[in-house]
Each structure stands twice: as C-alpha cells, then as structure tokens.
Write a protein that binds this ligand. Structure first.
Ligand SMILES: Cc1cc2nc3c(=O)[nH]c(=O)nc-3n(C[C@H](O)[C@H](O)[C@H](O)COP(=O)(O)OP(=O)(O)OC[C@H]3O[C@@H](n4cnc5c(N)ncnc54)[C@H](O)[C@@H]3O)c2cc1C
Length: 370
C-alpha cells in the first residue's frame, strides 16, 4: 500500500490550503468525508476580510494573509479574491466605549452620525449615534479561494478522495493506518483539519481533546425591495455585536451573530434565530424585509483561547493540528496555511508571518498541555 508523507483529514479551506502549501514538498493525501469539499463551514461563511476582527493573533495572521489575497500565484484564480467593502460599526450612545476601543486601532476612524447615515441612509439615527469606519475591509470570493487552493494542490500532485470519512486512526511503529468508508490508507503524518470534528478526529488518534468547541451561527439572504440601492453600502456591524448585514448581489446577507454551542453536525438554522435577526434589522434600521430568500447555519469552532491550534500534538507523535479557526478561517487561510506547512515540515515560520508579531508558541497545541 502506498504510504503518503501527510494525510490531511478535512477538505475545507484549512485542509485544502495546507495541502496546497505542502504540494511539491511532500506526498499528500486529502481526505474529505462529504461528496465534495467545502460543504461545511467553508461553504457557509459571510465572506468578509477585516483585520480588526478577532484577537491579536487572528489580526496578525489576517494582516499576513493580505499580500496573498492581493497577489495570489499566477493562475490561482480568474477573479480578484478581494473586493472593497469597508465596515461601518454603529451603535447607540451607550456603546461609546466599544467604539472608543475600535478607533484605538489605526485601521478604524471615528465618524459622526451624519457621515454614517450618508454611507447607509437606512440606519435608524439612534442606532448610529456613535460610529467607527474601517475602510480597508473586503468581501472575499471564498469559492475562488477554496478552488484555487484545491487546484494548486492537485497541480502539485496531491491526491484527493471524497466520501472518505476517517473512522479509524491506528499507529504502528512509524506510520498511521487510516480507515475510511472508501478503503484504508497509510501515511507518516496525520493532519487534523476536520473543522468542527477536530476533537473527534483527535480521539480516533488517542490524542487528548483540546476543547475545540463548535458554535452555530445563522445567516440569511434578505430582500429589502428594489427601491433600496444597497450595493455600495459597507458591511454594517452593530457595535454590541448583536447583528450584522452586508450587500450580497443586490440583496443583503444578514446574521444575528449568534453563537450557540453545538455538536459537530450539518448545522441548520433555527426559526428563532432568523426571527431575532429580522426583528433587529427592522428595529435598528428603516429597512422592511420583503422576503427571506434563504437562510443557513454553519459552525464556527474555537479553541478555549480563540486562537487557532497549529502544530504537532503534545503527546501523540506525528499527529498535527490545524483547527480552531473560529470565525476567521477564510481571511486567515493564506498565512495560516503557510505557517502550518512550515511547522508540519519542522521549519521556521515564514518571516512575513513573524514580522506581523506571531510566533509558533502562540499557535502550538502544547499551550494547553501546560
Ligand atoms: C455564518 C458564518 C460566517 C462566517 N463568516 C466568516 C467571515 O466573514 N470571514 C472568515 O474568515 N470566516 C468566517 N467564518 C468562519 C469560516 O467559515 C471557518 O473558520 C472556516 O470555514 C473553517 O474552515 P475548516 O476547513 O476548518 O472547516 P470546514 O470547512 O468545516 O472543513 C472541515 C472539513 O472536514 C471534514 N471532516 C470532518 N471530519 C472528517 C473525517 N473524520 N474524515 C474526513 N473528513 C472530515 C468535513 O466534512 C469538512 O468538510 C464564518 C463561519 C460561519 C458559519
């Protein structure tokens, strides 16, 4: 039986991007339990890039990813990966401290209510009493990014097998035996890029759980009528993070920014979360929802400190983690995959990642073993 250097479990943005980075440097097998990669969190995101979003480590990885988004390798994508969007953070007078914290970053500037209402005229003035604007935020073409990484992986010789949920991980002296629905495979290193299932895959390998917890988030596409020309609006994020919305192909993508603990599963939206979102939008803006075109939910999986887990397991040899990307797995994928590939190959982190202030210990699974 062929023995690969790396078997990557999970074909979402994490597994696809790491496979692409390892391609050409090692033999790689990419295993996905669904019939196509991208069915779970990667295919359900809000597709936003904001370097203001998330903790310091996330912000560093997001900044380090920017050069890839702006200038991906030749042939990576026919379309630009980023399109200008901007984010308007809007709150009631009682949210002043939140806006104050945001404008401490050089990425955001305070704007007055008048300017906020010029940007998004349908905001209720009381909900835009204190505002900040982040101009350098973007819509991400997630499909192009994911497919680009999958193509890059294939061009570098990565073998991809779908309908191959890993159900067993057994280790002999130096190799892993992976049991899947479509047969068995052998690899020197197993990479856990299983998203919401990361702790489950770790259990198969007898590695301890790291407490990577999936949380359900709901999103919906709403039709607010043709008389509202929302195409050029920035994304609007409520300062209290109770909801957000952004233009999406002539309609609006909205979310109640919910975070409900969940088992790993094919997440589905709850009627109550959809109703909460619709109510918030209709009370905090002058928008009237004509129709909910579609709704969905996805899982955002976080480690306890909300920083991704990247590195070799503290106790089980040749078991590598790439998990816990939370709500930032798309915007961080370019630099996080480069960092992960370096660590998987036991090399130093790329200088452009270190220059943003990140070191391997902040990502390492060993931080939970102390
Ligand atoms: C509503 C919502 C909005 C979001 N908005 C943003 C945003 O604006 N910007 C941003 O950067 N991020 C956003 N995110 C987060 C982002 O989508 C995730 O961080 C990212 O997709 C995680 O990628 P992943 O590859 O780790 O997980 P997934 O895409 O879930 O991939 C994991 C894969 O592993 C497979 N798998 C699991 N177990 C096994 C097994 N045993 N064998 C084989 N395969 C297995 C699964 O089938 C799955 O395909 C959002 C998420 C949601 C839900």
């Amino acid at each position: 039986m062929n023995c690969y250097d790396f078997a990557v479990v999970g074909g979402g943005i994490a597994g696809a991007s790491l496979a692409a980075r390892l391609a050409g440097r090692a033999s790689v097998l990419l295993l996905e339990q669904e019939s196509a990669p991208g069915y779970h969190s990667t295919g359900r995101s809000a597709a936003l890039y904001s370097a203001l979003y998330g903790n310091e480590s996330i912000a560093a990885i997001t900044r380090a990813s920017r050069s890839f988004f702006d200038a991906p390798p030749a042939g990576f994508s026919e379309y630009p990966l980023l399109s200008p969007r901007g984010v308007l953070y809007a709150g009631a007078a009682s949210d002043a401290a939140i806006i104050e914290a945001l404008v401490r970053s050089p990425l955001a500037r305070r704007i007055g209510s008048d300017e906020a209402l010029r940007l998004v005229p349908m905001l209720a003035p009381a909900s835009a009493a204190v505002c900040a604007y982040e101009p350098d935020a973007f819509d991400v073409d997630v499909h192009a990014l994911h497919q680009g990484f999958l193509r890059m992986a294939r061009a570098g010789g990565v073998e991809r097998v779908c309908n191959a949920g890993v159900t067993g991980l057994d280790r002999d002296a130096n190799h892993w035996q992976l049991s899947t629905a479509t047969g068995s495979f052998r690899a020197r290193v197993v990479v856990n890029a299983a998203g919401a299932w990361a702790d489950r895959v770790a259990q198969l390998a007898s590695a301890g759980s790291l407490g990577v917890q999936p949380y359900r988030r709901t999103a919906m596409i709403i039709d607010v009528g043709h008389q509202v020309d929302c195409g050029r609006w920035p994304a609007v994020v409520a300062a209290d993070e109770s909801f957000y919305f952004k233009p999406d192909a002539g309609l609006l993508l909205a979310s109640p920014a919910d975070e409900t603990p969940s088992e790993p599963c094919d997440a589905q939206p709850e009627e109550l979360d959809i109703a909460i979102c619709a109510d918030l939008i209709e009370t905090r803006t002058a928008l009237k929802i004509r129709r909910i075109v579609r709704s969905w939910a996805g899982l955002r999986s976080f480690a306890p400190d909300r920083t991704p887990v990247v590195g070799y397991d503290a106790s089980v040899p040749d078991f590598f983690w790439l998990a816990g990307q939370g709500g930032y797995g798309v915007q961080t994928a370019p630099a996080l995959s480069a960092a992960a590939a370096a660590l998987a190959l036991r090399e130093a982190l790329p200088a452009y990642v270190v220059d943003e202030g990140l070191d391997a210990s902040r990502l390492s699974p060993h931080r939970f073993a102390q």
